[in-house]
Design a protein around this ligand. Structure first.
Ligand code: GLY
Length: 371
């Protein structure tokens, strides 16, 4: 391989865009191709929640990987905004997981004790104290679990910055170019055939989220990721209505810097259907009002829909292909693409640029079949 390898990154969502930026920043010649426009897939509908201790079950490697990636976030955002000259919405405002029943309160206060024992700052907040932290939370909530390190990032601003940062380092971005097939180039290299042309490079990164399963890879089985629809509402509200990222058993609320509140998200196995539904709007509004009654009659300012890529064990698939030398998978991030973006981009940079770099065993594509 030449000293500045050519890399095709397939997919310009949060994962593809941040991988493209990392690789271009490390000196690779990057071409980022997207079937639509960067950020127009699942990324568009993400509320950007950064909450490994809520999303990751204690027994799942997701918890540790999420924590590791969260620990990279401050430096990642600082480096990316300096590199791209773009402002990125990013706050570590803490999460408050609100119990609405006694049973839920018992579960969360026990979880808080376990987190403390693990050395994670987590605090059980008894019901009467909740209004000091979150004045508009459900008044009869018996308690809540506060995790101050959690936060959120503005995913659209992050993706725009990553694409701008990649371009700053010479990357080319090709829109409206949906990948169809990935194959070897005789003599070395990877060919990516799309509906708008064919690109050859030294290596390729498959970061096409739910659509990865539809791309044929020579000699490999289809990537076993399924699209899981998530619908998200943006509610008009006055600043301060919600302060923390609030969680209930049925969803979450994210306080946007302009005062509006993002309400997410449905989890629906409906194939490649990206339409919004009245039923989901109703469910999400009900869930929001249960956590924050003041939102009961809030105006829905926007509805967003995305397809999360879910793998067989809910963990991402990140590592080298055994079938096509030079192809690296970075897909299947399901509910945590945004949280895991810094860690994934760093890992992909290593896997692409250093032939000796090891992958993370829990993420290895080989666990998901002949990839
Ligand atoms: N990470 C939250 C979601 O996917 O809804």
């Amino acid at each position: 391989m030449a000293s500045a390898p050519a890399i095709t990154v397939i997919g310009g969502g949060i994962i593809g865009a941040t991988c493209a930026w990392e690789l271009a920043g490390a000196g690779a010649r990057v071409r980022l191709i997207d079937a639509r426009r960067p950020g127009d897939g699942a990324t568009r509908a993400s509320a950007g929640v950064l909450a490994p201790y809520i999303e990751g079950h204690p027994a799942s490697p997701l918890r540790e990987l999420g924590r590791e990636s969260l620990d990279l976030y401050d430096a990642f955002i600082a480096r990316l905004s300096a590199d791209s000259h773009r402002a990125i919405v990013y706050q570590r405002n803490g999460s408050l997981e609100v119990a609405l029943t006694m049973e839920e309160a018992e579960r969360l206060s026990a979880a808080s004790a376990v987190l403390w024992r693990e050395g994670v700052e987590a605090r059980w907040v008894p019901g009467p104290v909740i209004p000091d932290l979150e004045p508009n939370a459900a008044p009869d909530a018996p308690g809540a679990l506060l995790i101050p390190m959690h936060g959120f990032v503005g995913v659209s601003s992050l993706t725009v910055a990553a694409v701008a940062g990649a371009r700053q380092h010479g990357a080319e971005v090709v829109e409206a170019s949906g990948a169809i097939e990935v194959s070897r180039v005789p003599g070395g290299g990877v060919r990516v055939r799309t509906d708008a042309g064919t690109w050859e490079a030294d290596m390729a990164v498959m970061a096409s989220g739910s659509w990865s399963s539809r791309i044929t890879v020579e000699g490999a089985e289809p990537v076993p990721v399924r699209p899981i629809r998530g619908q998200l509402l943006q509610l008009a509200a006055s600043p301060g209505t919600v302060r923390h990222t609030l969680w209930g058993t049925a969803g979450y609320l994210v306080p946007w810097p302009d005062g509006s509140v993002l309400v997410g998200a449905t989890v629906e196995d409906v194939g490649f259907d990206e339409s919004a539904t009245e039923e989901a709007r109703h469910e999400l509004l009900e869930m929001a009002a249960a956590l924050v009654p003041a939102l009961k009659h809030a105006t829905v300012a926007d509805v967003r829909v995305g397809l999360r890529p879910r793998g067989p064990d809910d963990l991402p698939i990140v590592g080298r292909s055994a079938a096509v030398p030079g192809l690296v998978y970075a897909t299947g991030h399901y509910r945590n693409g945004v949280l895991l973006a810094p860690l994934t981009a760093q890992l992909v940079r290593r896997l692409v640029l250093d032939p000796a770099a090891p992958t993370i065993a829990a993420l290895d594509p080989g666990r998901c079949g002949r990839l």
